[in-house]
Design a protein. Structure first.
Length: 613
């Protein structure tokens, strides 16, 4: 909604406005704007402008170097002054000058962001095609991690073309008029009264190497060079009410250096994102960590297993290598001369990863507190993803995310129950607000019984919430299991798919099912039925969303060595001891791995995560 009041008096124009932008629901920041604008022409050829804008309401967040929230847009104040000056008459050849400068402050926290541009040019209005040429320098401040003040310019609703406030065409989509220094050379032609042609050459650099709060793809950069761009804009003013506009941009992005990615001192985005997030020597740490301080570390921390580096052709000091995958089999102790070639399957290394596989991607992982979800988060971070971790076990979920961010990773935690619509909607909103988009999701949350997954087993007091055959099962167990396993997957997918469709760039969703959702699981009807539901939802979504470029798959593993399985084994043992029963058959859920292994071992978490991610 826009409410606008305009007043004109001679060469002065006053405007007052209220704006409530119509944003997509999944990314609506609930931002409202109030402002005033004054335009003056004190003499021919000289135009002056003053503007003031404030934000009385918003939940859009600003983030510091470690992805910690600094504050919100609410309370933002913008002061802007500008001028254009043409000393010669409009029909005479002569110079052109222009400049604009703006300051952003916030009433609720210490913010001082600056932006502006200066333009100088020359025009020949009487020559063929009325050409003009100009050079512009523009700067939109980035955040300095060494100060307590937040300095990153908030682009708000910047729009238009590279002839006005916007910097470039394709590059603008990446840097969004924030943390950028731009040089522009522009030529303007008017081959006819109704047609304009405007070629431009651009060079883009970062004002600060702190890329937090911007496009996650910028995490690749090890320096300040964004790249270059050449574009041509054509305009056809068909009539008073009809205007045709076309732009053909050709970007040349900066090439990220290969082989390194930890964080260096005062890095841009302290991130696990991919091939070349800023890196550097040493694993030294600051002992006085205020909001602006950055972890200073390199390959020594990477070798600890949470952040890793790809082996480069010229290996830097302290840089960790991708762990070798090792052999596929290991010796058995029960080999006989008749079966001398028997071998067990060798587990893959727990810390194995594929460098840069998720570089620049934003991924949601539900159930991140422990087990499969925790290891998936750590591996995704090593492989370049920016993460939103979600879990109802707040302390362990936050611990998982802290392990990543403390070592330079790019992750945020959301405490919540995926059986709640609000949690699922919020996790997508958080991904978009923090990292700019949602590219993939691992819907991993799941429980095997109706008790709280973070509580220890208390067989006597929890019996109404524990798994049992259908004739002994309780409605509480059934409903609690379905809330997490079926309703949670549905609500998660619904929120994720809405965002991916709105983005128009495809995506990938993996739902964690179970072999129980393909065959059955003795003694646990709620879990088996809920995992069958996951299989059905996955198959349905795979058909419905393939036309949007969105892949939806599920993984359906047998027994895996996770806290949930260990809890289930404890419950089964207590149940068997409490009452006679015909036995809980596992024939349908035993994996080939367990069948073939000398000790009947389950899959390791790392083995399953390698299939999930």
């Amino acid at each position: 909604m826009l409410a606008l009041a305009q007043f004109h008096y001679n060469e002065a124009r006053r405007e007052f406005f209220y704006l409530d932008p119509d944003e997509l629901r999944v990314i609506d920041s609930e931002t409202r704007y109030l402002g005033a604008n004054l335009e003056l022409r004190p003499q021919d050829g000289l135009d002056l402008g003053l503007s003031y804008l404030t934000v009385p309401e918003s939940n859009f967040s600003y983030f510091g170097p470690l992805s910690a929230p600094v504050g919100t847009r609410e309370g933002l104040q913008v002061y802007d002054a500008r001028f254009t000056f043409r000393p010669n008459a409009a029909t005479e050849a002569g110079p052109l000058f222009g400049a604009e400068y703006a300051v952003q402050r916030n009433r609720n926290f210490d913010m001082d962001a600056r932006a502006g541009w200066a333009d100088i040019g020359y025009s020949w209005p009487q020559a063929a095609w009325s050409p003009s040429v100009s050079y512009r320098f523009a700067r939109f401040s980035g955040d300095d991690p060494d100060t307590a003040t937040y300095e990153r310019w908030d682009p708000m609703l910047s729009g238009g073309t590279g002839e006005q406030w916007v910097q470039g065409a394709n590059h603008f989509k990446v840097v969004q008029d924030s943390n950028v220094i731009a040089h522009r050379i522009q030529v303007h032609f008017r081959p006819s009264p109704k047609v304009e042609i405007v070629p431009q050459l651009w060079a883009f650099y970062a004002d600060s190497e702190t890329y937090i709060g911007g496009n996650p793809a910028l995490s690749f950069l090890d320096g300040t060079e964004y790249g270059f761009e050449a574009n041509v804009t054509a305009k056809w003013f068909v009539s008073r009410n009809t205007y045709v506009h076309g732009t053909s941009p050709t970007p040349c992005p900066a090439r990220p250096p290969s082989g390194r990615w930890a964080a260096r001192r005062n890095p841009g985005r302290a991130s696990c994102c991919s091939s070349a997030t800023p890196s550097g020597p040493s694993s030294e740490r600051d002992t006085d960590m205020h909001r602006r301080d950055m972890l200073k570390f390199g390959g020594a921390a990477a070798a600890g297993g949470f952040v890793a580096t790809q082996k480069a052709s010229a290996q830097g000091e302290g840089e960790a290598e991708v762990p070798p995958i090792g052999g596929y089999a290991r010796e058995r102790s029960d080999v006989t001369p008749e079966l001398a070639q028997l071998r067990d399957i060798q587990p893959m290394p727990d810390d194995y990863f594929t460098p840069h596989r998720f570089a620049g991607k934003t991924v949601i992982v539900t159930g991140c507190a422990r087990g499969l979800g925790r290891v998936a988060c750590l591996r995704l971070a090593r492989e370049g993803a920016s993460l939103i971790g979600v879990d109802s076990i707040e302390d362990l979920g936050r611990e998982t995310v802290d392990l990543i961010t403390e070592q330079g990773g790019n992750a945020r935690f959301l405490a919540g129950d995926v059986g709640s619509k609000e949690t699922c909607d919020h996790m997508v909103e958080l991904a978009v607000a923090t990292f700019g988009s949602l590219d993939a999701a691992l819907n991993n949350t799941g429980v095997m019984d109706g008790a709280s997954p973070g509580d220890p087993v208390d067989f006597e007091n929890q019996r109404d919430l524990l798994c049992a055959p259908i004739h002994e099962a309780t409605l509480d167990d059934w409903e609690n299991v379905f809330r997490s396993n079926a309703r949670g997957v549905f609500l998660s997918m619904r929120a994720e798919l809405r965002q991916m469709i709105a983005q128009g760039s495809g995506g990938s969703i993996v739902n964690v099912g179970s072999i129980a959702g393909l065959t059955g699981l003795s003694g646990n009807p709620a879990y088996s039925a809920s995992k069958h539901a996951v299989t059905g939802l996955t198959r349905n979504a795979a058909l419905d969303y393939a036309p949007y470029g969105i892949r939806v798959n599920s993984v359906n593993m047998a027994a895996t060595d996770t806290p949930m399985i260990r809890r289930a084994d404890e419950i089964v043992a207590l149940s068997n001891a409490a009452a006679p029963n015909p036995g809980r058959g596992r024939t349908k859920t035993a994996s080939i791995l367990a069948f073939a292994d000398e000790n009947g071992r389950p899959s390791t978490v790392a083995e399953q995560v390698s299939m999930m991610c």
